[in-house]
Design a protein around this ligand. Sequence first.
Ligand code: ATP
Ligand code: MG
Length: 565
Amino acid sequence: MAEERKENNEEKKSLNFIEAIIEQDLKEGKHKQIYTRFPPEPNGYLHIGHAQAICLNFGLAEKYSGKCNLRFDDTNPEKEDVEYVESIKSDIKWLGFQWEGNVKYTSDYFDKLYEFAVKLIKENKAYVCELSPEQIREYRGTPTEPGKESPWRNRPVEESLKLLEGMKNGDFEEGKYMLRAKIDMSSPNMHMRDPILYRIKKAEHHRTGNKWSIYPMYDFAHGQSDYFEGITHSVCTLEFEVHRPLYDWFIDQLKTGDYRPRQIEFARLNLNYTVMSKRKLLQLVEEKIVSGWDDPRMPTISGLRRRGYTPAAIRKFADRVGVAKRDGIIDVALLEHSIREDLNKTANRVMGVLKPLKVIIDNYPEEQEEFLDAVNNPENESKGKRQVPFSKELYIEQDDFMENPPRKFFRLGIGREVRLRYAYFVKCTHVDKDENGTITAVHCTYDPASKGGKSPDGRKVKGTLHWVSANHAVKSEVRLYDRLFTVENPLGDKEKDFKEFINPNSLQVIENALLEPHLLNAKQGDRFQFERLGYFCVDKDSTKDKLVFNRTVSLRDTWAKIKNK
Ligand code: ATP
Ligand code: MG
């Protein structure tokens, strides 16, 4: 797979700033082999932003023949779950990546981190503090004012050691004590003002059970875990830039040789018309605003997968977004462009009618049926042809007919002739209506000489329509999606809850779409282009008795338009 990817990525590009750093480090002999990692917290499903971080970290390892770990940053036992661990692993594999060796967990290092904490106390670089969380906040000061030293800052080493052990053994209530580093309460960097290393938490951990009554803070665990694993380049998002001096301080106390991981920050991916925080996504799931983490409207990897996205399209998208040093917002049209581009090459074409309108070919023999050749993929001849049934009664799209169309309507109207794709030229003669004046059927005549949809005498028709044969068509439920939010930035208005901007029309269910019979054999996950309507895939709700399709994306490419302007 990696090989294949290299060939596909022949578009020559200049190095991004992270690659430039890595190449320099390799050239200078700092490392023989690079080692990266992807460190998710197992407190939710991964989203497209994580996909970008995955493609970046695993991609760098691939490009420079290095290694990449998957490490779960599991320091928050209450919010974490094995369900999330499993979904994260399968998302990474689905994207086409494999981590080095076993999956790693920060909890693998709980013993080492504890030892390190003891070492810091012994060196008089950490102490057990009795201020309440509120007091700690108060004593911290503000970015413009220095903090105040805790009255417990100079407690004897022996006392701190004993208290820490008691904390670990569960002797005290939560919140009673914290272990803090002794750094600098007047540092202009707030993170250096005696940060908390351990807090008491009497929670069961999904891996270590009830062994621990204290858990390390993320900041105390993250950089050291990189160090323990021999990570050479710790790629993370920009918000960690201000944490870097603290991580460096920890490593300075810990390291025994020259080696230290090098942290490099890049701008996190933001997409418009969605939210990308796991906490917000969890709210949508828990409040049942969406059907689950894999609801096809969600920006999660599992949602995109169910929607019909391919790993290749997501990798291509990540590649196009690239890495930036400053935050920005990416247009979701770019993501949609990437999946269209991929499916255009790979998805077979079929015909299906979402809102059926009956067409009767009056001069076609009553009992006759024909099987007409249809091209599976005009972009790829090797995909061959299939046979589509044609008969006297057909369905076309309601939108493709107007009784009295304006001149520029290039579809069917009374007295007008169109091509039925792969079939014949048909000309509308009249319509049937019910007592309310609603059109119930459109009557046409066909030109037998135009078989295959070819003009018999060079005459031109208004347009080409998709259709299905009434007797042969299979019924299906089709789900059409629109953006989940009505505004570009649902978090932009601080006065309002982001859920107020949910698009009430983000899901439209069509109960009785009619599809060509060929689709009866479609299996879950199969992808097709429904001609003129977009790309669709078989949903996991689909059964033998009831087909269910999701529209992945329509055919209209707004991104291509922007690009070509
Ligand atoms: P969220 O804020 O969505 O909950 P997080 O940063 O808390 O995300 P983690 O599980 O800590 O989630 O993320 C794992 C890795 O993915 C981190 O290295 C993080 O920097 C990266 N990451 C998270 N969100 C994005 C994003 N939007 N774009 C790029 N990388 C991201
Ligand atoms: Mg995080």
